[in-house]
Design a protein around this ligand. Structure first.
Ligand code: ZN
Length: 361
């Protein structure tokens, strides 16, 4: 933490900063201060905002040359919103090539940071990082196409430092199927886990790898709920009753998360916050507070956190880079959350759930 500044440390459930490096045409230095339009997160602005760490996602997509054009949801408008079809599946080899490159980038950043960033494998490592002002990064895979159905790659990635994974992003893979991006639509969009997906859940439980439910369709969610012995966690999803996106959680899902003593990380993406589902940066902080209020009411104060989606989505103007993350803390304070509650939401709840999920403290 920055000396002398009374910032509440923020530990966050999801960012795509590593993927940002690999977006066509984007080059920047993680150790220098960048503009919000280039990237939401870098080390100087993380320090400025009291952002102490979080889940750093690696993600494999279609290769840029194969991607016909930038995804534009307006092409998929429906009468009341939008409905984007599921993207085509990826080959394991293509996915592994991308995931390995992204993991390698994060390891290089760690090495070059000279103590500025550390890939953390235990909760005590995260706590030490927070005390020392080192940015704590949890290695996460969002959509595990890179892992073979024999789960050999899972073992290897675990040894490399992987401590969290989402079985799917949006596209279907050998393990499960994600929700297509659609609004206003229920997350009950397709089939549940495959046999390989069920084996993956068991293997994650045994290793102590956190399973992220964000992006899974409802059938997959309930399969994990039935099989997993770990707390249920959605790292970056919001309230379906407020914003009926497929990416958000129904009341029934929230109840199951509470029952398991898991948690939800609030996604700052405007499209998953707004009642109209629109991609509008003019989205007030009071709306984020409304989602938090709802989650706290439904789950309890110990089961709610942040899951920004920085560098992976359109952020509200007042929260469009990591240096501004205290704006959300302040909005919550104004809404009546005291210091103790703010510390739980801002970082302690993530540590609580990880202590219950990981094998080593
Ligand atoms: Zn995501």
């Amino acid at each position: 933490m920055t000396e002398g500044k009374n910032l509440i440390p923020v530990f966050d459930g999801h960012n795509d900063v590593i993927g940002r490096y690999f977006k066509a045409g984007i080059t920047y230095d993680f150790f220098q201060r960048n503009e919000a339009a280039i990237a939401h997160i870098d080390l100087p602005r993380a320090k400025e905002g009291g952002f102490v760490g979080g889940f750093f996602a690696t993600y494999a997509g279609e290769k840029p040359k194969k991607r016909a054009k930038k995804r534009d949801w307006s092409e998929y408008a429906t009468e009341k919103g939008y409905s984007v079809p599921l993207p085509k599946p990826l080959k394991q080899g293509d996915a592994a090539e991308q995931i390995n490159a992204q993991m390698a980038k994060l390891f290089q950043i760690e090495r070059e940071s000279a103590g500025g960033l550390k890939i953390t494998r235990t909760t005590s490592e995260i706590e030490t990082c927070i005390q020392n002002g080192t940015l704590a990064a949890i290695l996460h895979i969002e959509g595990v196409e890179a892992i073979d159905t024999n789960l050999n790659a899972l073992e290897v990635y675990y040894q490399a430092g992987l401590r969290s994974l989402g079985p799917v992003w949006s596209r279907a893979n050998a393990f499960a199927e994600g929700v297509p991006f659609a609004f206003p639509v229920s997350p009950d969009t397709g089939p549940g886990l495959t046999d390989a997906g069920k084996a993956l859940v068991k293997a994650c439980n045994q290793l102590g790898v956190m399973i992220d439910l964000s992006h899974l369709n409802e059938a997959g969610f309930w399969d994990v709920a039935k099989l997993s012995n770990a707390p249920l966690v959605a790292t970056h999803s919001n309230v379906h009753a407020i914003c009926p996106s497929t990416r958000n959680l129904t009341d029934k899902q929230l109840d199951a998360i509470k029952e398991s003593d898991g948690m939800v990380g609030l996604n700052f993406a405007v499209g998953f916050l707004r009642e109209d589902g629109g991609n509008d940066v003019d989205t007030p902080m009071t709306l984020l507070v409304r989602h938090i209020d709802y989650l706290v009411e439904r789950l309890g104060i110990d089961r709610v956190g942040f899951g920004s989606d920085f560098d992976g989505a359109t952020m509200p103007a007042e929260l469009n880079e990591v240096s501004k993350v205290q704006n959300l803390v302040e909005a919550l304070r104004k809404a009546g959350y005291d210091d103790e509650a703010l510390r739980k939401i801002a970082h302690q709840n993530w540590l609580r759930v990880l202590r219950k999920t990981w094998k080593a403290e």
